[in-house]
Design a protein around this ligand. Structure first.
Ligand code: FAD
Length: 320
C-alpha cells in the first residue's frame, strides 16, 4: 500500500491533535507515514505510532527553527521526492497552508486547501470543502502530480491504531532562497489553560447578548466543564468584552469543532463564515427570529443569563 505522508505539527514539543486527525484520515487512504521537522524524541515517535504511523521521517536541521516556514517546504519536498507518497496531508492554518502551497509549486502538483473531509476515490483522494460561508460543499480531486491536501482541524476524531513505526532520519539541504526571513525572537503568550481555538473540539462563543465582559465568565465555566475553548463575535470583541484573538468570523478565525455553542449571537453572515462548518451548532438566543437558528441543529429560545448557569450546573452534575 502506498504511503500517505502527514506533516507533523507540534506545539511546545507536543504533537498537535490536528496531526493525529490527519493520521486517522491517512489510514483511510493508504499507509500513514509522518514527517517530523526538527528533533524528534521518544514521546513524538510514540504518539505517532499509537495513531497508526508506520514510518516516521525526521528532518533535523537547525534552519527549520531559525527561519520562517520556507525550510519546512524544502524538507517536505525532499521527503516527497524520496518516498513518493500517494498523497500529502497538512493541517490547514497559516503555517500549514503556506508550506503546502510552496511544496505544491515546487513539485508542480495540484493542491486542495481547507478540506473538511478526505476519502479514497477511484483515482486518488477525494477532498470535501465547505464553501461560500458553509452554504455549499464541494468535492474535488487532484489530477496532477502528488495530491497535496490541507485539512481543517476537527475534521475527524483521532483514532488510536497502534504500530511500531520505523524511524528514518533524512538529510535535507536547505535552499539559500529559503533563508530569506529569520526568526529573531519567540515570545510565548500567556495561555488560558484551554485548548487552542483551532484544535478545540468544543467551542463556546458569546456575543453582544452576553451583556458585559463579566457575562463571559459563565461561558468560561461551561468551556472548562466541556474541555473546550471560548470564542466571541466581533460585536463582543469590539466592545472589549473578550480578546480579538478569540473572534470568530470573516475577519476573525475560522473554526469547525464537533460542537459550537453560540450564545447571545444573532448569526450575521460575517460571523457564520467562521463557524458554519461546525459539526453540531447549538444556539441560545432570546429572539426566536434570530438568524442563527436557521443554521442551528439545536436552538434554545431564552435568556442566556438563565439558560447558561443551568446548563453549567447540569454538565458539572453529570461529570461529578
Ligand atoms: P448582535 O447582532 O447585536 O446580536 C446579539 C444577539 O443577542 C441578538 O440576536 C439578541 O436577540 C441576542 N440577545 C440579547 N440579549 C440576550 C440574552 N440575554 N440572552 C440571549 N440572547 C440575547 N462579526 C463577527 O462576529 N465576526 C466577524 O469576523 C465579523 N466580520 C465582519 C466584517 C465586516 C466587513 C462587517 C461589515 C461586519 C463583520 N462582523 C463580524 C459584524 C457582524 O456583521 C455583526 O455585526 C456581528 O456578528 C454581531 O455580533 P452579535 O451577534 O454578537 O451581536
Amino acid at each position: 500500500m502506498a504511503e500517505i505522508l502527514v506533516l507533523v505539527e507540534r506545539s511546545d514539543g507536543t504533537v498537535r491533535k490536528a496531526t493525529l486527525e490527519l493520521l486517522t484520515l491517512a489510514r483511510r487512504l493508504g499507509e500513514p507515514a509522518a514527517l517530523v521537522c526538527g528533533p524528534s524524541d521518544d514521546s513524538t515517535g510514540k504518539v505517532l505510532g499509537e495513531h497508526g504511523a508506520t514510518r516516521v521521517y525526521v528532518v533535523d536541521n537547525p534552519d527549520l527553527e531559525d527561519y520562517l516556514v520556507a525550510p519546512k517546504a524544502d524538507a517536505l519536498v525532499a521527503v516527497v521526492k524520496k518516498a513518493s507518497p500517494a498523497a500529502v496531508l497538512v493541517t490547514s492554518g497559516k503555517e500549514g497552508t503556506e508550506v503546502a502551497a510552496r511544496t505544491a509549486v515546487r513539485l508542480d502538483s495540484g493542491i486542495i486547501t481547507d478540506a473538511v473531509d478526505v476519502v479514497a476515490g477511484e483515482s486518488g483522494p477525494v477532498a470535501t470543502q465547505s464553501v461560500f460561508a458553509g452554504t455549499w460543499t464541494a468535492q474535488s480531486e487532484v489530477v496532477r502530480g502528488t495530491p497535496i491536501i490541507t485539512v481543517r482541524p476537527n475534521a475527524v476524531v483521532p483514532e488510536v491504531a497502534p504500530t511500531e513505526p520505523v524511524v528514518e532520519s533524512v538529510q535535507v539541504e536547505i535552499d539559500e532562497s529559503s533563508r530569506g526571513s529569520r526568526v529573531v525572537q519567540r515570545t510565548p503568550k500567556t495561555g488560558t489553560g484551554r485548548p487552542d481555538l483551532a484544535d478545540a473540539s468544543v467551542v463556546v462563543a458569546g456575543g453582544r447578548g452576553m451583556g458585559s465582559a463579566e457575562g463571559f465568565e459563565v461561558l468560561e465555566r461551561l468551556a472548562d466543564a466541556l474541555g473546550g475553548a471560548v470564542a466571541a463575535s466581533r460585536a463582543a470583541t469590539d466592545l472589549g468584552w473578550y480578546g480579538h484573538d478569540f473572534q470568530i468570523g470573516q475577519t476573525g478565525k475560522t473554526v469547525a469543532p464537533q460542537l459550537y455553542l453560540a450564545s447571545g449571537i444573532s448569526g450575521a453572515i460575517q460571523h457564520r463564515a467562521g463557524m458554519q462548518g461546525s459539526r453540531t451548532i447549538v444556539a441560545i438566543n432570546k429572539d426566536p427570529k434570530a438568524p442563527i437558528f436557521a443554521i442551528a441543529d439545536l436552538g434554545v429560545v431564552g435568556d442566556a443569563h438563565a439558560v447558561l448557569p443551568a446548563l453549567v450546573a447540569e454538565v458539572e452534575r453529570r461529570k461529578a
